[in-house]
Ligand binder design. Structure first.
Ligand SMILES: Nc1ncnc2c1ncn2[C@@H]1O[C@H](COP(=O)(O)OP(=O)(O)OP(=O)(O)O)[C@@H](O)[C@H]1O
Ligand SMILES: [Mg+2]
Length: 240
C-alpha cells in the first residue's frame, strides 16, 4: 500500500469544544476516500486541517513519509474545494487563473493550464463570460477547475455536489473520476450523499461527533460494516 498522507492521534478543539478526537487515518496515493457523517460531525474541520487552514490542537501528520513541518511547498501540493466556493466578480478565465497568477506562473503557461482545467470540467469556450452570470452547476464546475488548475497531488472536496441538480451531480462525479483516473490525483471527499459514495468512493471513513468510528473499503462498509453505528448511518436509520 502506497501511503501519501498519515494522520495520527489528531485532535481539534475550539476553546472548550472538542470537534475532532484522536483521528487516525491513512490516505493512499490515488484513492478516492469519502468522509461521511452527520452535520456538525467535523468533516469540514478535518478537510481544513488536512489543507493547513487550521492547526490541530494535537496530533501528527506525515506527507509522503515526511513530517509536514519539514515540507515547505506542501500547500502547493494540495487543493481544497470549499463547501460554498467564493466567486470573484471577474471572467471565468480570471477566476480559474487566480491561483496561478499569485504563484507567479507565466502567461503562456497560465493560458494552457486554464484551458485544460476548463476542458476537464466541460466549460471550454466560456472563458470570457462573467463568472457571476454562471448557473449554479456551472459555477461549481468553475470552482472545481480553479481547484485543479495547478495539478494538486491531493484534492480535498467539501460536499462538492450538495446544492446541485442530478445532471450536474453526475457531471461533477464524472469529473472526480476522470481527475483520479487520468491525472492520478488522490481525492478526499466529504459528502452527505450515500448513493454518491457508492458510485465513486474506493474507501469510506465515518465520522460521528468528531470520532472516526470506522474506515473501510466501500464494499466492506456497505456489505458488513464493523460498527453497528456505521450501518445505521448508511441505511439512514440514524436520527440526527
Ligand atoms: N472556528 C470555529 N469555532 C468554533 N466552533 C467551530 C469552528 N469551526 C467549526 N466549529 C464547530 O465544529 C463542529 C464541526 O463543524 P464542521 O463544519 O467540521 O462540521 P461538518 O461535519 O462539516 O458539518 P456539515 O455537514 O453541516 O458541513 C461544529 O459543531 C461547528 O460548530
Ligand atoms: Mg461541512
Amino acid at each position: 500500500m502506497d501511503e501519501l498522507f498519515r494522520i495520527k492521534d489528531l485532535s481539534m478543539a475550539f476553546g472548550e469544544k472538542v470537534v475532532l478526537e484522536n483521528i487516525d487515518l491513512t490516505i493512499r496515493r490515488g484513492e478516492i476516500l469519502a468522509i461521511i457523517g452527520p452535520s456538525g460531525s467535523g468533516k469540514t474541520t478535518l478537510l481544513r486541517i488536512l489543507n493547513f487552514f487550521e492547526k490541530p490542537t494535537c496530533g501528527s501528520m506525515k506527507f509522503d513519509g515526511m513530517d509536514i513541518r519539514e515540507i515547505n511547498d506542501i500547500r502547493r501540493r494540495m487543493s481544497l474545494l470549499f463547501q460554498t466556493p467564493a466567486i470573484f466578480n471577474t471572467s471565468v478565465f480570471d477566476n480559474v487563473a487566480y491561483g496561478l497568477k499569485v504563484r507567479g506562473v507565466d502567461k503562456k503557461a497560465i493560458e494552457k493550464k486554464v484551458g485544460v482545467a476548463l476542458s476537464i470540467v466541460g466549460l471550454s469556450g466560456m472563458e470570457k463570460q462573467k463568472a457571476c452570470t454562471l448557473s449554479g452547476g456551472e459555477a461549481q464546475r468553475m470552482a472545481f477547475a480553479r481547484a485543479i488548475v495547478y495539478d494538486p497531488e491531493i484534492l480535498l472536496l467539501d460536499e462538492p455536489t450538495a446544492s446541485l441538480d442530478p445532471a450536474n451531480v453526475a457531471k461533477i462525479e464524472d469529473i472526480i473520476r476522470r481527475v483520479r483516473d487520468e491525472l492520478g490525483t488522490t481525492i478526499i471527499i466529504a459528502t452527505h450523499n450515500i448513493p454518491q459514495v457508492r458510485r465513486i468512493a474506493d474507501r469510506v471513513g465515518i465520522l460521528l461527533d468528531g470520532v472516526l468510528i470506522e474506515v473501510n473499503d466501500k464494499e466492506k462498509i456497505f456489505a458488513a460494516p464493523d460498527d453497528a453505528r456505521s450501518e445505521a448511518f448508511i441505511k439512514g436509520e440514524m436520527v440526527y
